[in-house]
Structures are given as structure tokens and as C-alpha cells.
Ligand binder design. Structure first.
Ligand code: GRF
Length: 191
């Protein structure tokens, strides 16, 4: 094993609470896996201001800009990106990135349940409650060119009770995300 630092680019489109949690847990002294860049697909997303207050470099790459592979690759190379983590990233990842980088995503359900197109954010938690599920959770998986179909790396579950609402389910899922996602990222990319 070398002591090389592994630079992660975290891609997010929204609030960015996971991106912030990953930075807080991984960008600490002694950590070999670090967030060197946050990429937002929207300039007004919460994750952009979170990145600025954390002092982490942030670049906005819109859907139109992702169509330009060489411009996107130039941005990632500028930050010596070794791997990509998706944390609430709503665009389809272009195939040129899937071919070039190891990419990991977190999905807020126990895949293969409640995955696929349109299944993101509160849509997932609403579907879980409407289906009367007794458990939900998180799935951390590799990204391929199909939504939510890549190899599963890690899952953790939480109980859903009859009193739960989509919001309370979301809170339970966030707790699992904050607890496990940074350590799973460190484990995957440090090895
Ligand atoms: C998380 O629930 C994550 O699992 C999903 O999108 C949500 C992002 O939340 N992919 P946040 O922006 O990190 O607060």
C-alpha cells in the first residue's frame, strides 16, 4: 500500500448535507481519502454554499456542460480527481465518466426496491410509506450506465413503523447515510 492521497470529487445537485458530512469526516489529518472538489449541477444548490463555508473547492457543471466531455474532464483533472462519489446527484452520469473513473452512489432505499428512474429524494420515502414497508435503508453501489443497477457494496436498514411519514423515514435514512457513507467511501478507495 502506498501513502498516496486519494482525491475524491463529490457530485451533488441539492441540499448537500451528505457532501458536507463526507468532507467533515474525511478531510481530517491522517486521512488518505479526501474530498478535493465538490461538483454541483446547479449554481443555486445548497451544496454550493456549504462547500464555500467548508473551504472546499466547488465547480458548477450544468447538464449542458456535461455534454462537453473534454471540458468536464479538464475540470476533474485540475483537481487530480481519482474517484467520484455521487451524493444526491440528479443527472445521468455521462458514459465517458463511467469509463474513466470508479464512481460510487448512495441510494436512499434498499435496492433493488424503490430504485430506477424518478426514484430519488422524497419520492423514494413516499413510495416506501405507501407500500406499507416494514423496513427501508441505504444502498451504496458502483455506478454503471444504468440507473441504480451497479454492484452493491453496502446496505444498512432502519425499521419503518405504521406511524412513520415520508419525512420521518427520510430522517431515519439520513442518519444511516451520515453514519456509514464516509467510512464506506474511505474503505473502498483507500484499499
Ligand atoms: C440522500 O438521501 C441521498 O441518499 C440521495 O439524495 C439525498 C441527498 O441529500 N441520493 P443531501 O443533499 O445530501 O442532503
Amino acid at each position: 500500500m502506498t501513502d498516496k492521497i486519494i482525491n475524491i470529487a463529490v457530485f451533488a445537485s441539492g441540499n448537500g448535507s451528505n457532501a458536507e458530512n463526507i468532507v467533515r469526516k474525511l478531510n481530517v489529518s491522517g486521512s488518505r481519502v479526501r474530498v478535493s472538489l465538490i461538483v454541483s449541477s446547479r449554481p443555486d444548490a445548497g451544496v454550493v454554499s456549504r462547500a464555500r463555508s467548508l473551504g472546499v473547492s466547488v465547480e458548477v457543471i450544468t447538464k449542458a456542460m456535461f455534454a462537453d466531455g473534454s471540458a468536464t474532464m479538464a475540470v476533474l483533472e485540475k483537481y487530480n480527481t481519482d474517484a467520484i462519489v455521487l451524493a444526491g446527484f440528479l443527472l445521468m452520469v455521462p458514459s465517458y465518466l463511467v469509463r474513466r473513473y470508479r464512481i460510487v452512489n448512495i441510494h436512499p432505499s434498499l435496492l433493488p426496491k424503490f430504485g430506477g428512474k424518478g426514484m430519488y429524494g422524497s419520492n423514494v420515502h413516499r413510495a416506501v410509506v405507501e407500500a406499507g414497508e416494514s423496513e427501508t435503508g441505504i444502498t451504496i453501489h458502483y455506478v454503471t450506465e444504468e440507473y441504480d443497477k451497479g454492484e452493491i457494496i453496502f446496505q444498512a436498514s432502519a425499521v419503518v413503523s405504521p406511524n412513520d411519514t415520508p419525512l420521518s423515514v427520510e430522517q431515519k435514512v439520513h442518519e444511516l447515510e451520515y453514519k456509514y457513507f464516509p467510512e464506506v467511501i474511505a474503505r473502498i478507495f483507500a484499499g
